[in-house]
Structures are given as structure tokens and as C-alpha cells.
Design a protein around this ligand. Structure first.
Ligand SMILES: Nc1ncnc2c1ncn2[C@@H]1O[C@H](COP(=O)(O)OP(=O)(O)OP(=O)(O)O)[C@@H](O)[C@H]1O
Length: 243
């Protein structure tokens, strides 16, 4: 840990991607073999009617009143991933998911006897199902934070997940179905509509401070901004001059 914090971790042997994959699978199976209460498979997602649940390894029990809120969005399974992948993830209420060991599906494909069904339970502030719309995710997660920011609060929002998990889709989204960032900006700009200061005699300084400009300083500012625009967008500014 120390070497990670102080700089690049030292690797004595080359790490191969295949090794990492194998290790992760072993980790899944190497949990303490404590058997939890049997659970009825509901919603038609689980193939078996019962399976054992191992004790949670990551129980992030985050209440709304805490500063840190962790949301999980499950994206729809793609055709390439196959419908059977859907069976790996099952929602239990609005804040919990059950993950099943994917090896059981792989072994089934090869015709071997499937290993005992094992699962892990993860709890979040809220879990969004694959069919959740961008609007539902925004209103259920970030909307309240944006309101706080408009009132002067501070918030940090980030997405975290493996490649192809849906981070960009959730954060930015396609043009016709915008994600968290455009929705947040739209809420912020709507909130200041009609309250914009239209004169150009204030100049922001550092973070929160500002200075009032004299008439000469305003002229100098306007000239320097026009020059910059001409430099970067010569065609646009010459069209404006003609109009
Ligand atoms: N909720 C969703 N509904 C429909 N399609 C989705 C959803 N989430 C992700 N996708 C699709 O899944 C694919 C991967 O999503 P995305 O590019 O957002 O992943 P990512 O986590 O940003 O990946 P990377 O880290 O590699 O950039 C994209 O084709 C995206 O359109």
C-alpha cells in the first residue's frame, strides 16, 4: 500500500490480463463457506428455486443522511453478452443486488456438473434496474445535489465501473436521451434564468471575489475579448461585422 501511495507500485513479475481474470474468479469462490438462509428465486431470473447466500463482503449501508451516497445502475444486457448473463444479477428490493457466480453458467455450457450455487449480496443507497430511464436515474440520484449546489452547497459526483459498464451513457448520454451532466447543467442554468447580470462592469477574481471595473477597464476588457474571438473564429467575427 505504501509503495502505491508514494508512487508507482513495484512489479517484480509481468502481470498478464489472463492472470488477473483467473484470480478474480478464485476470489469469488474463496469466500468463507458459511451458508446463509435459503432464498426463493423470484422474478423468473434465477434458474434454480433455491441457492445459498454467502455473507456480504461489501455491505455499504449508506443512509440518505450520510455524506457519501453510492448508487448502482444496472445496464441492459446486450445481445452479444447473451440472455443467460442476466441471471448473474438480481435486484432484491430497491437497494440490494444479488450476484451469482458466473462460472456456473460457463460450466453448464461445457456440459459439466454445475458447482453449488453461490451468491454475494451488495447494498447501495439505491439500485436502478436496467429499464430505468435517464430521467429516473437523474431524479433519484443527482437532482437533490444540484438543488443544494444552487443554494451554495458543494457536491462531487463521479461514475465508477469497469469498461463498457455504462458510465458515459449515464453521465453524458446520447443527444436524444441526455445523462446526468447535461441534466444538471440544464437545471442550474434554468435556475438563474432572468437573474443574469447583463452589464460587463464586474470581473471575477479568484474563486468568490470580484472587482468593479472603471469605464476604461471595461473598454479594455471588451477589446481584448473581441481580439481573442477574432483570433480563434475569424470567419464568424467577420460575418458578424458584415451583419
Ligand atoms: N442504461 C443503458 N441503456 C442502454 N444502453 C446502455 C446503457 N448503459 C450503457 N449502454 C450502452 O452500453 C455500451 C457501453 O456504455 P458506455 O460507453 O457508457 O460504457 P463506459 O463505462 O463509459 O465504458 P468505457 O469505460 O470503456 O468508456 C454503449 O453502447 C452504451 O450505449
Amino acid at each position: 500500500m505504501e509503495s502505491c501511495l508514494n508512487g508507482k507500485p513495484e512489479h517484480h513479475e509481468p502481470i498478464e490480463v489472463e492472470d488477473i481474470c483467473r484470480n478474480l474468479q478464485d476470489e469469488f469462490a474463496a469466500l468463507p463457506a458459511q451458508v446463509g438462509p435459503p432464498m426463493r428465486g423470484g422474478g423468473g431470473v434465477c434458474h434454480r428455486s433455491e441457492f445459498t447466500i454467502k455473507p456480504p463482503v461489501f455491505q455499504q449501508d449508506v443512509s440518505q443522511s450520510e455524506n457519501l451516497q453510492v448508487y448502482l445502475r444496472i445496464r441492459p444486457i446486450t445481445a452479444a453478452e447473451g440472455a443467460e448473463s442476466q441471471s448473474c444479477v438480481r435486484m432484491e428490493g430497491s437497494d440490494t443486488v444479488i450476484l451469482r457466480d458466473p462460472r456456473s453458467f460457463l460450466t453448464n455450457r461445457q456440459g459439466d456438473k454445475p458447482p453449488p450455487q453461490t451468491a454475494q449480496r451488495f447494498t447501495f443507497t439505491q439500485v436502478f434496474a436496467p429499464e430505468s430511464s435517464q430521467r429516473t436515474v437523474f431524479e433519484g440520484s443527482v437532482h437533490g445535489l444540484v438543488r443544494d449546489v444552487i443554494q451554495g452547497g458543494n457536491s462531487l459526483v463521479f461514475t465508477y465501473g469497469v469498461t463498457n459498464a455504462g458510465k458515459t451513457f449515464t453521465f453524458v448520454g446520447p443527444e436524444h436521451d441526455s445523462g446526468l451532466l447535461p441534466r444538471s447543467l440544464s437545471a442550474i442554468f434554468s435556475s438563474i434564468e432572468g437573474r443574469l447580470y447583463s452589464r460587463s462592469d464586474l470581473k471575477p477574481q479568484r474563486c468568490r471575489d470580484y472587482s468593479r471595473l472603471t469605464a476604461e477597464q471595461q473598454t479594455a476588457q471588451i477589446t481584448s475579448k473581441r481580439n481573442l474571438l477574432r483570433l480563434f473564429f475569424p470567419r464568424l467575427t467577420s460575418q458578424n461585422r458584415r451583419a
